[in-house]
Design a protein around this ligand. Structure first.
Ligand SMILES: [Zn+2]
Length: 244
């Protein structure tokens, strides 16, 4: 469907991210920001050809929530609460790579296109006009429709509600692609397992939280991650020629 062409989806999410930066507090924590910029540089180089339309940007939002997201326009956000389970740059890389993998595996595109068809109903034409004509950010004037609430809703951000969960298959796919990205970017894939172990622990202690519902069955994911580890470690070894 042309309406949800890659370019339009990228533009929409870029505009939504700009709105989010205005609406949500941005962290000035130096160490968190440095860590994320470093991870962002290395991972985005690895996925360059998978996301040619990306205008990469990595932002730490000051919000005590264990969450992170990536958008088709190359916009990546993490919440300060994530640092409850992420302690090192390698560990952060595993989360960022996983979120970006949801984009490159086209899970996010699929969700956005579904939402646009369902959400728009009879007004499909109007939204198409807004997305194409108005240059998304409303610069073209008249026909602008703000897509930010829809996009934020898809990610479960600022709505007080968890995002719709990815199904197990998509979660496993993102874990698999993500661990390979991080390894190719020179990050130790064992860190993905460490993070998932902390997630299992956290969920045990909290008896199910928001992150649990968007990222189901951390125990299953942990088991699957172990099965990807050998291949990922081989990539990690190869990457050392470039990074060390
Ligand atoms: Zn996920």
């Amino acid at each position: 469907m042309n309406l949800t062409s890659d370019t339009k989806v990228a533009e929409m999410t870029i505009a939504a991210f700009e709105d989010m930066k205005r609406q949500m507090p941005i962290s000035t924590h130096a160490a968190y920001n440095e860590m994320l910029q470093s991870v962002g540089n290395r991972i985005s180089q690895q996925v360059f050809w998978d996301m040619p339309l990306a205008e990469w940007e990595f932002v730490v939002f000051d919000q005590n929530e264990v969450n992170a997201f990536a958008m088709p326009g190359g916009k990546v956000g993490i919440f300060t609460g994530l640092f409850q389970i992420v302690k090192t740059e390698d560990e952060l890389a595993s989360v960022v790579a996983h979120e970006i993998a949801h984009v490159t595996a086209r899970h996010t595109h699929e969700r956005i296109s579904q939402q646009m068809v369902i959400g728009a109903g009879g007004q499909l034409v109007g939204i198409a006009a807004a997305v194409t004509g108005a240059g998304v950010a409303g610069l073209g004037g008249g026909s602008y429709i703000n897509m930010t609430p829809m996009i934020m809703g898809l990610y479960g951000i600022g709505t007080g509600q968890a995002a719709q969960a990815w199904d197990q298959k998509k979660e496993a796919e993102a874990d698999h692609i993500g661990i390979m990205y991080m390894a190719k970017a020179g990050y130790d894939p064992n860190a993905a397992i460490t993070v998932m172990e902390r997630m299992v622990e956290l969920e045990g202690g909290m008896g199910g939280n928001n992150y649990n519902s968007t990222h189901p069955s951390s125990m299953d994911r942990l088991n699957a991650l172990h099965s990807y580890l050998e291949d990922a470690l081989a990539e990690y070894e190869k990457s050392k020629e470039f990074f060390y």
